[in-house]
Ligand binder design. Structure first.
Ligand code: GLU
Length: 292
């Protein structure tokens, strides 16, 4: 008899604003995928970038999820309290020769790099006495591929990412390193998140390989765009979702995800029905506007 691997999913918002329709779609998709497979659903607050964070946003996101019935298992994990783990991972990457120190400033890089990718300036090592400003990952050029149930067979060449930053010159940890370390530390087996992170998956897989960590299954769900075709975000002034309108919000989110939509009812009942009929293969990889 085959034993099934236990399912561990997660939602990992950055507290840069309140929960809008785009983040709601990602949260709902990962919650439904986990619950429909009797899985665990974890909540991790990605509060690594204080300059971009909004005071009160983390609590507001948690209260909103709860009000919609998207409850999580265990304690919320805060990345701001996990710096020691990221440090350990960086030390390991240095030992393996996969992380290198860089003294380039943003301005210097902007003047030499035409495509925004790191030109390799410090890759061969720094001269005596130079102190690294940031740390970068030696990204292999090879193609990373995975089967993404929503997007289909996926392949991203390492060239597209270049040698990205692991620890920034201002001392902050980069998302790519922290997300890989935490997904592994929390035993995450399934990552369901927005399509905007599809390319980033190649960076995450390369770090996993360098640290000898297993790769979860990745599914990237459609983004929601506004009338101008822009991704909903704080920058595009996306409106927060309101729990007082939960049934309509859930209906719209399920439509974006290509799912059958239960009749309007208590959010709890709608979630039960949506869990029962959840079909990840119906998602499809097309970002688009809300239809109602
Ligand atoms: N914190 C990231 C964001 O809010 C998502 C990270 C992830 O799901 O991997 O965009």
């Amino acid at each position: 008899m085959m034993t099934q691997q236990p399912y561990v999913g997660r939602f990992a918002p950055s507290p840069t604003g309140r929960l809008h329709m785009g983040s709601m779609v990602a949260a709902l998709a990962s919650w439904l995928d986990a619950r429909s497979r009797n899985g665990v659903w974890l909540l991790r607050m990605e509060d690594l970038d204080p300059p971009r964070e909004v005071p009160g946003a983390a609590d507001d996101i948690l209260r909103t999820l709860e009000a919609f019935g998207l409850t999580w298992d265990g304690e919320v994990v805060y990345q701001s309290q996990r710096h020691a783990l990221y440090d350990e991972a960086l030390e390991e990457l240095k030992l393996e020769g996969r992380a290198f120190g860089c003294i380039c400033t943003r301005k210097e890089l902007a003047s030499v790099s035409m495509n925004g990718l790191y030109p390799g300036t410090c890759k061969a090592g720094l001269s005596e006495g130079k102190i690294p400003r940031s740390w970068r990952f030696d990204m292999p050029k090879e193609v990373q591929s995975w089967l993404d149930v929503a997007q289909g067979p996926s392949a991203v060449s390492g060239d597209v990412l270049g040698d990205f930053v692991l620890k920034r010159a201002d001392g902050h940890w980069a998302y790519h390193l922290a997300v890989v370390v935490d997904d592994a530390a929390q035993g995450v087996t399934h990552v369901v998140r927005g399509e905007d992170l599809w390319t980033a998956t190649a960076a995450h897989m390369a770090i996993q390989q360098a640290l000898n960590l297993s790769t979860p299954e990745y599914v990237h769900v459609p983004l929601v765009t506004n009338e101008q075709g822009q991704k909903l975000s704080k920058q595009t002034r996306a409106q927060p979702v309101s729990p007082s309108d939960a049934a309509h919000v859930l209906t719209s989110a399920l439509r974006v995800l290509g799912q059958s939509v239960p009749v309007l009812d208590e959010p709890k009942i709608m979630l039960q029905e949506a869990t029962a009929s959840w079909d990840v293969s119906k998602i499809g990889g097309k970002s688009g506007q809300l239809t109602s």
